[in-house]
Design a protein around this ligand. Structure first.
Ligand SMILES: [Zn+2]
Length: 452
């Protein structure tokens, strides 16, 4: 069908986004029900039957469905309604004002990810208005709690109402952005994300007087060794399929990078040297890639000691460990304990705070192929690459039960990509009205062609 930009919905999608930005869904506490109710009412006007489901009072998610004939797979358009906090003092506009100025919609959630909610709602409305004969169900779910881990939103829905949200394919956040690299534009599709493994280590010792250090066993000194070992650990480099494809793609546009990437593929064990060299010219890129190649561990919280002259018998520290697809939290713990043997495991206790499995969907699927085709209809010379997030999204809940999930929030780089990334969870978050129209039009073209 080719690329068509729906200029006629510009005002509607802009208003929709402004309205939902004005509903403050900062998590905690979330209070997503208000936004879910707004959407149910908004879509209800066009005869959508919406269901509002709460995991707890105020923690609402909204779901609706356009039935298909059953000849094709079902597709879920997923987004989260909650946002992270915003400090109005740091912003140049009210972060919850839904202000439209200079061609942009400003506010917390403008990128992460109320704009995607607005686009997905518009796609559903357009399918209905155009009376598109769907061959599979198109489902929309705008959920609570993603920013705190999703257990009270997508995770809860998948566990408690699988029949309402399960789908063969899921489109969610985490990719879709255009990355200009050496004059060529690469659109990313998130096909994988790392797992989260947060754990606490408690170091034990024997208390004593601060004036006679040798007579006591200082838990802070023990923890110091733990931090030294874990914080500086460079785990084995593993090239997961998504990362391999991503590196090949960005390197194909960049000669110096190409050499490094070929060297890395041939000798993964030389990865550190290669990345250290890359870091001299592009530190941000080198560190981003480093985190894609291995499990990472970093200390984030530490507590110990009670008084100036008491040698402490307890010290505890929290570590943020991120694991690659194919690895598990229990494997990570085994590796960590092995590393800490020389510190004395008998004097250490371990406690898991949170463990989320990593996840990956293959880039070999009819939907992925359609995404590439539709992107090329809208931007004929673009490249497309799968990408792995070092952070996490709600996609993991759906991948766990067998859905093929892609992070695909189509956005043109009309502000430099680095700036756009900083705005998410940062200040002056905004999206251009042009991008709202672009994203809606592209998503519509994708869903319509994939589902008919
Ligand atoms: Zn998000």
């Amino acid at each position: 069908m080719g690329a068509k930009l729906f200029k006629e919905i510009e005002e509607e999608v802009t208003d929709l986004l402004s309205d939902i930005i004005r509903i403050n869904t900062t998590n905690p506490t979330g209070n997503e029900t208000e936004a879910a109710k707004y959407l149910a009412k908004n879509m209800g006007k066009e005869a959508f039957k919406c269901e509002l489901l709460e995991s707890a009072p105020g923690r609402g998610s909204v779901i609706t469905r356009l039935k298909g004939s059953g000849e094709k797979p079902n597709l879920l358009l997923l987004s989260h309604l909650d946002v992270v906090a915003a400090n109005p003092k740091e912003w140049s506009v009210d972060p919850f004002g839904g202000v439209v100025k200079d061609g942009f919609v400003w506010g917390r959630g403008a990128l992460d990810m109320k704009s995607m909610t607005a686009m997905e709602v518009m796609v559903m409305k357009l399918l209905k208005r155009n009376n598109v004969k769907l061959k599979g169900d198109a489902i929309l779910a705008a959920t609570a709690d993603e920013e705190k881990g999703g257990e009270a939103g997508a995770g809860w829905l998948v566990r408690n109402h699988p029949e309402k949200v399960s789908a063969d394919y899921v489109i969610n956040e985490g990719g879709g952005m255009e990355m200009p690299v050496n004059g060529k534009n690469i659109f990313t599709i998130q096909t994988a994300e790392k797992g989260i493994y947060w754990f606490k280590v408690k170091a034990k010792g024997t208390p004593g007087h601060g004036s006679v250090p040798g007579a006591a066993d200082n838990a802070i000194m023990r923890m110091n060794k733990v931090i030294e070992k874990l914080g500086n650990y460079r785990a084995k480099i593993t090239l997961v399929p998504t990362v391999k494809q991503f590196l090949s793609e960005i390197a194909s546009e960049n000669k110096p990078l190409q050499q490094g990437v070929s060297l890395l593929f041939a000798n993964p064990e030389m990865g550190n040297q290669i990345l250290d060299t890359l870091a001299q010219t592009d530190k941000a890129m080198a560190e981003e890639v480093r985190a894609m190649l291995r499990m990472t561990i970093t200390p984030t919280i530490i507590h110990g000691g009670v008084k100036e002259n008491i040698i402490p018998s307890d010290c505890e520290a929290v570590f943020d460990c991120r694991i690659l697809p194919g690895q598990s939290p229990s494997q990570a713990m085994d590796e960590i304990k092995e590393l800490l043997k020389s510190v004395g495991l008998e004097k250490l206790e371990f406690e898991t705070i949170q463990a989320n499995e990593p996840s990956e969907s293959s880039a070999e699927s009819p939907l992925y192929e359609r995404m590439v085709n539709v992107l090329r209809e809208f931007e004929p010379n673009c490249s497309v690459s799968p990408i792995m997030l070092t952070g996490g999204t709600d996609s993991r809940f759906f991948r766990r039960v067998g859905s093929v999930c892609y992070g695909f929030q189509p956005l043109r780089a009309d502000i430099p990509i680095g700036e756009m990334m900083k705005m998410m969870h940062g200040i002056d978050e905004r999206i251009s009205v042009t991008n709202l129209v672009f994203g809606t039009s592209l998503l519509y073209a994708l869903v319509e062609s994939f589902m008919t």
